[in-house]
Design a protein around this ligand. Structure first.
Ligand SMILES: Cc1cc2nc3c(=O)[nH]c(=O)nc-3n(C[C@H](O)[C@H](O)[C@H](O)COP(=O)(O)OP(=O)(O)OC[C@H]3O[C@@H](n4cnc5c(N)ncnc54)[C@H](O)[C@@H]3O)c2cc1C
Length: 282
């Protein structure tokens, strides 16, 4: 039988993490599915577990003009209900699961689960978010694209806990999130695109595009973005086409139970085109 730990402080949690081989969890909405068992029987966890979703230190949500810092135990609902957070950051979050899932699910769980279909990830990649990883002895801050290296694979060490997520509080003139799933609620993405741009006097001062569910990790092409910065949005058909070609080369989806690679590629490119050729010109 597995042991379960419920520390009362973050310091105690870090002690337990250092001394025992435990699986850390917050909302449990991923691990309860992954290790589910027959109805009425306990989940089949492969090792001891430690619940940290109640820790006061990790429930904080700080918003200042330069960044938003989200504690690992902040639920999606807490994030959505916070009026200090601009709408742009809420667009992908309001499409996650259902109210029940948003009441327990967290950014930390979504990031550590490291699924290319995770709905927080395209936004976190596009906005250059960072994660704070703490152990009893060290604290390190890692860019989201360096934290995740494949489906379910992260650089989290055995004695570390992901404690905070830091998102630069940059405001853009345009923001866009489209998730394509089998239905409106409780659907895992077949394709998702998060994009932001800053348009100043018809010129693209900044643009970021990140695509989810179309490869082992979220796809963001910083070189391609750099090439179209400065272009005029009303004369950018050629620019749009060359950017689409660059994405087409990098989008490498798979066929799986949710969709086919042909569908995923086509829809991802359509969504990027919608953002660049329609939304930006409105
Ligand atoms: C019905 C249903 C619908 C869903 N719909 C969506 C959806 O639309 N979009 C979507 O992206 N996801 C969806 N999910 C998946 C899930 O809800 C999300 O991934 C959620 O963000 C997970 O957060 P959690 O806190 O519940 O994770 P948990 O289950 O607690 O943990 C997930 C993983 O992260 C690790 N972990 C968690 N917190 C930490 C930490 N602080 N430090 C280190 N490791 C940690 C755990 O060990 C585990 O491996 C759905 C799940 C269900 C059951």
């Amino acid at each position: 039988m597995v042991k379960s730990f419920q520390p009362t402080t973050l310091s105690e949690a870090l002690d337990i993490r250092m001394n025992y081989d435990v699986m850390v969890f917050c909302g449990g909405s991923d691990i309860m599915i992954k290790y589910r068992s027959w109805s009425g029987t306990p989940a089949q966890f492969p090792k001891d577990v430690m619940y940290i979703g109640h820790l006061k230190e990790l429930k904080s949500l700080d918003v200042n003009p330069s960044e938003i810092t989200i504690g690992a135990a902040v639920s999606f609902s807490q994030f959505l209900n916070d009026e200090r957070i601009p709408t742009m950051f809420k667009k992908p979050i309001e499409q996650i699961g259902s109210v029940a899932i948003r009441n327990i699910g967290t950014f930390a769980g979504n990031i550590c689960h490291a699924s290319p279909a995770g709905d927080t990830l395209p936004m976190l990649y596009a906005l250059n978010a960072k994660v704070v990883l703490m152990s009893k002895r060290f604290r390190r801050v890692v860019a989201i694209e360096d934290f995740i290296s494949g489906p379910g694979v992260t650089c989290l060490k055995n004695d570390e806990i992901l404690t905070y997520i830091i998102i630069p509080n940059t405001i853009f003139s345009h923001s866009f999130y489209r998730k394509v799933g089998s239905r409106k609620a409780n659907a895992i993405s077949k394709v998702s695109v998060f994009a932001v741009a800053d348009v100043v006097e018809y010129r693209l001062a900044d643009v970021r595009i990140a695509v989810g569910s179309c490869g082992p990790i979220v796809i963001r092409l910083k070189d391609a973005e750099a090439r179209i910065i400065g272009s005029n949005i009303s004369e950018s058909d050629q620019t749009v086409n060359s950017l689409l070609r660059m994405f087409d080369d990098k989008i490498v989806p798979i066929d799986d139970v949710r969709s086919t690679k042909v569908y995923r590629s086509k829809v991802a490119l359509n969504l990027i085109e919608t953002f660049l050729a329609k939304e930006l010109r409105q």
